[in-house]
Design a protein around this ligand. Sequence first.
Ligand code: TRP
Length: 360
Amino acid sequence: MEENNIILTGDRPTGPLHLGHYVGSLKNRVALQNTGLYEPFVMIADLQALTDNAENPGKIRQNILEVALDYLAAGLDPEKTTILVQSHIPALTELPMYYSNLVTMSRLERNPTIKQEIKQRSFERSIPVGFMTYPISQAADITAFRAKYVPVGEDQLPMLEQAREIVSTFNRIYKCDILVEPQAILPDNSSCSRLVGTDGGAKMSKSLGNCIYLKDDEKTLKQKIMSMFTDPTHLNISDPGHTEGNPVFIYLETFAKDEHFAEFLPEYQNLDEMKEHYERGGLGDMKCKKLLNNVMQSTLAPIRERREEFSKDKGEVLNMLRKGTAHAVEVSNETISLVRKAIGIDYFNDEDFINHFVNI
Ligand code: TRP
């Protein structure tokens, strides 16, 4: 068998992408794409977004282009990465139907990501069935493309666990090896795997209003950084401060390089020296935020500029999506044929079935 280098990952188009998406997965995808060693697929997961937005499809519709622009701005190259729209891939609605028979309700209820999201959304007792079962749909996303690697943040690990279980159950019951067990590719810096919000909340999330978006303009970015939560015990500059759990330092940990110090704050050689000063006392939050603003502006400016460039020809962006989606339909339809064959329901192409049927 050929070596499997297929990558699949995706994002819900419920808004433009933020820094959490970028460091958790998007940056990794671009790096993996640029090695030239992989065959990457990246999905705009509009079906998944609809699972808790059924009454608000306009929001999803409006964000398809936003997310596509964010992808291109971050450096995904449609010549190297297939960018696709989930709802237009028939396999992704068919496979979940087969897979849902292999998963119990209690297994879904135990999924930690789902539990957490239910809490956040205050569904009370009226959780949509589609929402509850989206881990099954996500397993379909991954397996339809026979993907081996899934670059994601740590919050998605339970989804991958669920997908691997479905794969092994399917292959065992239908006595085949057509589905591929996926593995996560996590960011190597642990503060990236689940980036905190600007309010210090556990996760950057649109619904919590604590996001920095890739498309934020210079002024908005600065405002968000200047009003970031820091160490509440660090009242006077001379007080000793805490860097652990302090969002300003978590972001610096994630984004600041030694070159940034040379350029913007040469009194320190690196972040360790700066942290040491903050912890000892005598370094004010304002100065830290100013550095962070410089670091973030220089990190995000190229992305912002590329976004503006791509926004000039939205027709071209749409064509890119159309082309990527068509390619994805082809690849995933091959999986559908194999799956139907494995289950034994491809009646009209199955010689044994046809002969038997005709002869009785
Ligand atoms: N659940 C992912 C998120 O919320 C989005 C997603 C949909 C995804 N399908 C996927 C991620 C397949 C990885 C693989 O960010």
